[in-house]
Design a protein around this ligand. Sequence first.
Ligand code: THU
Length: 128
Amino acid sequence: MDYLELLKQAEKAKKFSYANYSNFHVGAALIGASGTVYLGANVEGASYGVTTCAERTAFYKAITEGERKFTTIAIISDSDKIIYPCGICRQVMSDFVDDNFVIICGNSNLEYEVYTFEQLMPKCKIPL
Ligand code: THU
């Protein structure tokens, strides 16, 4: 699947965002090593700290369905500014992706920038 197609999947996922507090709707589409695409959206709560980003929703859906490795994620919001994954999501990703994992950061006009995980989150693996 090409990058634009994956970004369009993320746009579809955004429709199910529950963002009644920030009104900032985000969607993500994540490709597993099996080839399956997992969709996610942000889910907020009245206790603001419970919020889960679209990226983590997609990862947690995939992980709890048995997927353990991933190749690519695309993310999008309603904004015409490009969106980038937050620090918490980057940390969560670090357990499941390698440095070549591709992160497609899009905006509401379906314009996008492409990064590797290593570019956005260098030197983060914890050598437990
Ligand atoms: N959010 C995401 O879902 N992904 C990001 O990459 C950044 C922020 C969500 C969290 C919250 O629901 C809203 O956007 C405002 O921060």
